[in-house]
Write a protein that binds this ligand. Structure first.
Ligand code: ZN
Length: 257
């Protein structure tokens, strides 16, 4: 079985002591492709180093995360995103979006960065990896306005309702990223995901965060994608082999792999 982890922060300092081992373990567990979303210019070098060391397995994205946008850095950071994307070695623009969980006063500046990066993605015909937290309605509304035949992407770590999922599917070319939250006992996400066809789902860990059951409380790793796939198979009452097959096809299609 082969899996694609569509969202993993392998360059995070949490992996400084054993990064190579972690990647090799993921690959030997069938997670042969790992996609790395960026956060800000601070992480670009570390992210590219990993992708250069594992050119057949690890692929970088370029983008400015909403939690890292502020009025002092926005111009410089967006310039960095544009400059890097012009080099043509990135598979997506991400992760980008809106996050109102920590600070609601940053909505306008986050919107500015989000819209700008969607426009760049359209220019380069690249998919977008979207981060939303307490801001699904605001984010999906922006995408609905800017949507066209060049725009496609994934709502990473989707935790919304069936109605939210339907709104994403209606965009056309958009997928829902399913991660560790699906395995959490009281998340209720299993009921939502059960109602959504597998053809709209891709797998992700968001490592080192959101570790699936039974490893909660420890660092998340890309190899745990298998545990998320097991849960997805249970929820949809199908074989894990089919989950691997379908979600891999979806991710390949979305990211042009
Ligand atoms: Zn992330």
């Amino acid at each position: 079985m082969k899996f694609i982890d569509t969202h993993s922060h392998l360059y995070s300092s949490e992996f400084d002591s054993d990064r190579i081992l972690i990647i090799k373990e993921a690959i030997s567990n069938g997670v042969s492709t790992i996609l790395l979303p960026n956060i800000s210019s601070k992480y670009t070098k570390g992210m590219l180093k990993i992708c250069n060391e594992f050119p057949k397995n690890c692929f970088p994205m370029m983008g400015l995360h909403p939690c890292d946008v502020n009025k002092d850095n926005i111009d410089h950071e967006l310039f960095h995103v544009e400059q890097e994307l012009a080099k043509g070695k990135y598979i997506a623009v991400g992760e980008i979006g809106l996050d109102l969980y920590w600070d609601k006063t940053k909505l306008e500046i986050q919107k500015k960065a989000f819209i700008h990066q969607i426009e760049i993605a359209k220019k380069y015909k690249l998919p977008i990896a979207i981060h939303v937290r307490d801001s699904f309605a605001e984010a999906v509304e922006i995408i609905e306005k800017l949507n066209d035949e060049n725009l496609r992407g994934v709502f990473h770590c989707f935790t919304g309702s069936v109605e939210d999922a339907q709104r994403v599917i209606n965009l056309g070319g958009f997928y829902l990223g399913v991660g560790g939250v699906l395995t959490f006992k009281n998340s209720g996400l299993d009921k939502t995901i059960a109602a959504i066809e597998l053809q709209y789902l891709v797998l992700e860990t968001d490592a080192p965060y959101l570790t699936p059951t039974p490893f909660r409380g420890t660092r998340n790793e890309s190899k745990y994608i298998v545990n998320i796939a097991e849960k997805l198979a249970e929820v949809h009452q199908i074989e894990i082999e089919d989950v691997a097959k379908i979600t891999t096809i979806n991710a390949k299609k979305l990211f042009g792999l």
